[in-house]
Design a protein around this ligand. Structure first.
Ligand code: P1T
Length: 395
């Protein structure tokens, strides 16, 4: 990020960072460089672009834009959030060890357990709400610390600054998956993280039409290694996807404001129903009932649009009630993913977190009655009305 960038506000950076007018025509919008290769004058006679897996101007524009939003120097874009995670983990070697928070997106857990383990990389999972736990789990062969905050799906928080202190003392890089917050609501690099990871599929793109990922860091050596691996492994996003994510990112600050307003209003409405038969518990960092409400206020610039709630056993068991609700919603879509303009609802135990073994899910608290709601930016009255009619079906 240039000096000019650091003086600008997020609303401005979202629209302008990494996107100067195109030099040939003056086009205000970055062109989609839909090309696999670049013509050279002769061997080695290129203009800095040889092949699109290695360099693509549309991808570079996106990388610069997201880096500026996160307040980092370098962005490295990937074909998905999982591709970003996998490529990061390829900075490790057999025999290395990772300390990670114990509540993670199911696909991230699957990469740790069913992809990296086979390659000789081990992972210890710790309670992300207890920073000291990260220090206690570090071993001589620990090479990397990984957290999501808020976690997916239980919305536990991790004190990034505290964990960063422990990582700095141990000279370990701290990676923070900031997908649930976006750079608008949480600034991990400013809190001491080495790198930020995003599934851009979610809030950054925001329109449910792209799968993508990005890593942002100001660490030169890490950036060089990731840049090498991005090209060597090749999990790169196509130029049209990069263009779409960049277009989505222009309204990120505006959208996050509405996600927070709707999220807060929805969480309060749900909370008011606790104890009346259907809803047992609501988990949302903007509610004083969240066990880390104070940390949320300190670390986050807004509570976000993700709410989890637990349906109680009634005449029917919680699982059946949860399924009824998810089948009955009409405006809110029953679907995996989150962070788009449209509201989505899902059942972690059978959908996003089905790849976590049953006993592990039970241990973590991902119960059969747990429902996760990604509150979109529709009118809150319409969203509440839809949930109310779906709840009525599960009485
Ligand atoms: O889906 P993909 O772009 O590969 O991103 C993976 C990923 C990484 N990190 C977090 C915190 C995530 O939530 C995800 C993807 N999550 C979902 C698809 C979901 O519904 O939770």
């Amino acid at each position: 990020m240039s000096k000019t960038h650091s003086r600008q506000q997020l609303e401005t950076l979202a629209i302008h960072a990494g996107q100067p007018a195109e030099p040939v025509t003056g086009a205000i919008t970055p062109p989609v460089f839909m090309t696999s290769t670049y013509v050279q004058d002769g061997p080695g006679g290129h203009k800095g672009y040889e092949y699109s897996r290695t360099h693509n101007p549309t991808r570079q524009a996106l990388e610069a834009n997201i880096a500026a939003l996160e307040g980092g120097q370098f962005g490295v874009a990937f074909a998905s959030g999982c591709a970003a995670t996998t490529t990061i983990l390829h900075t490790l070697s057999a025999g290395d060890h990772v300390v990670a928070g114990d509540d993670l997106y199911g696909g991230t857990y699957r990469i740790f357990e069913r992809v990296m383990k086979q390659l000789g990389i081990s992972v210890s999972y710790v309670d992300p709400m207890r920073p000291a736990a990260f220090g206690e789990a570090m071993r001589p062969n620990t090479k990397l610390v990984w957290v999501e905050t808020p976690t997916n799906p239980l919305l536990k928080l991790c004190d990034i600054a505290e964990v960063a202190k422990l990582c700095h003392a141990a000279k370990l890089p701290l990676f923070v998956d900031n997908t649930f917050m976006s750079p608008v609501l949480q600034r991990p690099l400013e809190l001491g993280a080495t790198a930020v990871v995003h599934s851009t599929t979610k809030y950054i793109n925001g329109h449910a039409d792209v799968v993508g990922g990005v890593v942002v860091t100001s660490d030169v050596a890490l950036h060089e290694r990731l840049r090498f691996l991005q090209n060597a492994i090749g999990a790169v996003p196509g130029p049209l996807d990069c263009f779409l994510v960049m277009r989505g990112a222009k309204t990120l600050p505006l959208r996050m404001g509405r996600h927070c307003e709707n999220g807060q209003a929805m969480a309060e409405w749900l909370q008011a129903q606790v104890g009346h038969g259907l809803i047992e518990r609501v988990i949302y960092p903007g509610l004083p009932s969240h066990p880390q409400y104070e940390l949320a206020r300190r670390q986050m610039h807004g509570p976000g649009g993700m709410i989890s709630f637990v349906v109680a056993d009634g005449r029917l068991p919680a699982l059946e009630r949860a399924v009824k609700i998810l089948r009955q919603v009409k405006l809110i879509a029953c679907a995996e993913s989150l962070g788009g303009v449209e509201s989505l609802i899902e059942h972690p135990a059978s959908m996003t977190h089905a790849s976590i073994p049953v006993d592990k899910r039970a241990e973590l608290g991902i119960s059969d009655g747990l429902i996760r709601l990604s509150v979109g930016i529709e009118h809150i009255d319409d969203l509440r009305e839809d949930l109310a009619q779906a709840f009525a079906s599960a009485e």
